[in-house]
Ligand binder design. Structure first.
Ligand code: CP
Ligand code: NVA
Length: 302
């Protein structure tokens, strides 16, 4: 049985298998063909943080595959009142076929997976957000960009960390620009480099973006960091992707953002709402890659 916690646990060929399956299921879905790959399977969806896309895409996705999604907010379940993760994992996994967790510390996800008897999917932790990067990659491929140079500009957060592991595994060139003090997780960076990743880390957005095929950013204030908002807005001042900065990327580059976006902060309206932005295709692709992922995980159960 496999869990999907981080790209660290997946090989390039496995990632490509998931992408191929996602493309197939998306194509079928677009033709009005809904194959019940996961008939009567139940996905428990545990949320300790807010979500729009993750919730809707997993819930719609499992339903379209013939199964059922059970939304479990920590405001409603005993986990939110301090029930141990171990007990929660053992109990929930005895009743559902797969679990998705969105939480704060990545160790909470690892603990859930350790005690779960069914596959566990990372729906975002403070450390990484790999399902989002799968959706981003499908979008990049759909745009006909086969060998991208990716520039990630902004906070060295869960998205940046997932991009590091993903690009290292896939052999993709990645350039990350953050303000000083906001670099990605050092252990992840080291892992990415050990994997042979072609990763440039800089404090210059201009250096990172030059000629890039894909330009990515994310909020400067991730969930749980609200108290740092004032300081962060000052520290990230020169990191907004506006028309001028974006113009330094490749001629046919695309702009991606996992959303929710804060226009006027990490990105200017003219870029996120401009002709090279693919944010809605990217968001929709969450549905398709997660369907592919759930089917793949189900196929890899013994
Ligand atoms: N991109 C993403 O994960 O969005 P939500 O927080 O709305 O789920
Ligand atoms: N980095 C953001 C991503 C939201 C989908 C956060 O963790 O809040």
């Amino acid at each position: 049985m496999r869990h999907f916690l981080s790209f660290d646990d997946f090989s390039k060929s496995e990632i490509l298998e998931i992408i191929e399956l996602s493309k197939k299921i998306k194509a079928e879905f677009k033709q009005g063909i809904q194959i019940p790959y996961l008939e009567k399977k139940i996905l428990g969806m545990v949320f300790e943080k807010s979500s729009t896309r993750t919730r809707v895409s997993f819930e719609s996705g499992i339903y379209q595959l013939g199964g059922y999604g059970m939304f479990l907010s920590n405001r409603d379940i005993q986990l939110g009142r301090g029930e141990p993760i171990k007990d929660t994992a053992k109990v929930i996994s005895s009743m559902v076929d797969m679990i998705m967790l969105r939480t704060f510390g990545h160790e909470r996800l690892e603990e859930l997976a350790k005690y779960s008897s069914v596959p566990v999917i990372n729906g975002l932790t403070d450390l990484c957000h790999p399902v989002q990067v799968l959706a981003d990659y499908l979008t990049i491929l759909e745009e006909g960009i086969d060998n991208p140079t990716i520039a990630y500009i902004g906070d060295g957060n869960n998205m940046a960390n997932s991009y590091i592991l993903f690009s290292a595994k896939m052999g993709i060139e990645l350039r990350i620009a953050t303000p000083k003090g906001y670099e990605p997780d050092t252990t992840i960076l080291q892992k990415g480099r050990e994997l042979g990743g072609n990763i440039l880390l800089t404090n210059s957005p201009e250096e990172a973006i030059l000629g890039a095929d894909v330009v990515v950013t994310d909020t400067w204030i991730s969930m749980g960091m609200e108290e740092e908002k004032g300081q962060r807005i000052k520290d990230f001042q020169n990191f907004q992707i506006d028309r001028n900065l974006f113009s330094k990327s490749a001629e046919n580059s695309i702009f991606l953002h996992c959303l929710p976006a804060y226009r006027g902060y990490e990105v200017a309206d003219e870029v996120i709402d401009g002709e090279r932005s693919r944010i809605y295709q990217e968001a929709e692709n969450r549905l398709h890659v997660q369907k592919g992922l759930m089917v793949w995980l189900d196929q890899h159960r013994n």
